[in-house]
Design a protein around this ligand. Sequence first.
Ligand code: ATP
Ligand code: MG
Length: 157
Amino acid sequence: MKFVTNSPRDTRNLAKKISKILDEGDVVILEGPLGVGKTTFIKGVVAALGVNEKKVRSPSFTIIKEYSAKKKRVFHIDLYRINRVEELFNVGYEDYLYEPEGITFIEWGERIEGMLSKHIKVEMQFEGENRRSIVFAARGYCKAKLRRIKEIFNNKI
Ligand SMILES: Nc1ncnc2c1ncn2[C@@H]1O[C@H](COP(=O)(O)OP(=O)(O)OP(=O)(O)O)[C@@H](O)[C@H]1O
Ligand SMILES: [Mg+2]
């Protein structure tokens, strides 16, 4: 399932639509080169969930940040500075992945994709100065969830 956006606002609007199919316990991993728009996408989702998006910045030093939205808790993890997956054990990441009470977003999530059994994957690529392709995939979800995701792509949401 592939989208193309032509501006940061486009990407945020797409993220807003995606937010409608996210439930507590979902893990969303974001992949793509530096500066492609991973944080921009997360800002869109978080704003749609009722958090001031100005609070959303890559959690470079803390690795994990939490935003409490009106209805849901949102965790934002950035693995860019992680050298070895083992470092994650020191920050208690398993609380966010295995006992999730909120929605978890992981930038550079491909680094731990092998440890996940159920997740939504967002792959972003540069197509031009302000143009990005965004490909979605969902792994390990029930059919009902996949159907909801597909509805977005058929413009039903
Ligand atoms: N279509 C688009 N979608 C998203 N961002 C865009 C788009 N066009 C231009 N941009 C710009 O690209 C930049 C994306 O930055 P952002 O911090 O979201 O990227 P990132 O993938 O999180 O980077 P990093 O790997 O450093 O964490 C922003 O400056 C944004 O304004
Ligand atoms: Mg980022």
